[in-house]
Design a protein around this ligand. Structure first.
Ligand code: COA
Length: 272
């Protein structure tokens, strides 16, 4: 884990970081990077067992951990989770809106409910978290990090729901940065590229040619994203707000054609 080599190990000591969807994948990686730098970390998600397993991994770093089940689509449950986190860890300094859902679906076959499910989790869930965290973040002059995706600015086949939701998140991030800057609250988005070993990658095509075509010629790791999150939440980024930071090894420079071909093959396989 590079953050502990290059950042002070107590950078986030006494700070509280709340990560929605923190039970696995990129979000758990982000949570680990913060914990490694001394932060007390709260995570929420839909399944308590998954959260408990993630909490055990986070406790290795020796800081206080709070794992509470809450679906980001349920604003009341989320607010209760934020209160629990505040009671156990103190007011939130960093909110990471990471909870997301994804699957490949042809636009003409996607039901209204399928489109809505992803918009509800990604976009409305991120708003619910943002809104629910406001008082705590105002108190700490905290920061918000949104986990976006390349689909927000480059169309990707069979991702109409994801593109709409993530583009919405990036615009919401800019609105929040604009309106809440007066409270010292910063807001930024991180766009992860293809990250190895994540649920998202299992649901999306991965081919050897795709990896070779990435300018940096490798998949990303969850730590690549955790490092960006740590930087953006740190005092080093004190004057950065309203930005979308892409961390993808240059993959977006290729466009989405390779993805689209892989996605077509994957969907055909699923359709039989
Ligand atoms: N293709 C097309 N439609 C799909 C689908 C797929 N692969 N998966 C779900 N849907 C549709 C369902 O058919 C349903 O619509 P309908 O009522 O018209 O049939 C709608 O989406 C909701 O599905 P449901 O399973 O009830 O939603 P959920 O809230 O339990 O699950 C999802 C949310 C759909 C995002 C699900 O994929 C999920 O939970 N994923 C896990 C998290 C994840 O995706 N992680 C990756 C992060 S990048």
């Amino acid at each position: 884990m590079l953050v502990t080599q290059y950042f002070a190990k107590d950078l986030f000591k006494g700070k509280t970081v709340f990560v929605t969807g923190g039970g696995s994948g990129i979000n758990l990686g982000v949570a680990k990077n913060f914990a490694a730098l001394g932060a007390n970390v709260a995570i929420c998600g839909r399944t308590q067992e998954k959260l408990d397993a993630a909490a055990a991994e986070l406790r290795v770093f020796g800081t206080k951990i709070c794992a509470v089940s809450a679906d980001v689509r349920d604003s009341a449950a989320l607010e209760a989770a934020f209160e629990k986190s505040r009671a156990e860890l103190g007011a939130m300094d960093v909110l990471v809106c990471g909870a997301a859902g994804n699957f490949l679906a042809r636009a003409e076959k996607l039901s209204a409910n399928g489109f809505k499910a992803v918009v509800d989790i990604d976009l409305i869930g991120s708003f619910n978290a943002t809104r629910g965290a406001f008082e705590q973040l105002k108190e700490t002059r905290g920061t918000i990090l949104y986990v976006s995706a390349g689909m927000a600015y480059m169309p990707h086949a069979f991702q109409v729901h994801v593109g709409a939701a993530k583009a919405g998140i990036d615009m919401m991030m800019k609105n929040i940065a604009l309106e809440w800057g007066q409270y010292g609250i910063r807001a930024n988005s991180i766009v992860p590229g293809p990250i190895e070993g994540t649920e998202g990658m299992k649901r999306l095509p991965k081919q050897d040619e795709f990896v070779k075509a990435i300018p940096l010629q490798r998949m990303g790791s969850v730590d690549d994203i955790g490092q960006v999150a740590a930087f953006l939440a740190s005092p080093l980024a004190a004057y950065i707000s309203g930005c979308v930071v892409v961390c993808d090894g240059g993959q977006n420079l290729l466009g989405s054609a390779l993805f689209n071909m892989g996605a077509e093959q994957m969907l055909r396989g699923q359709e039989g």
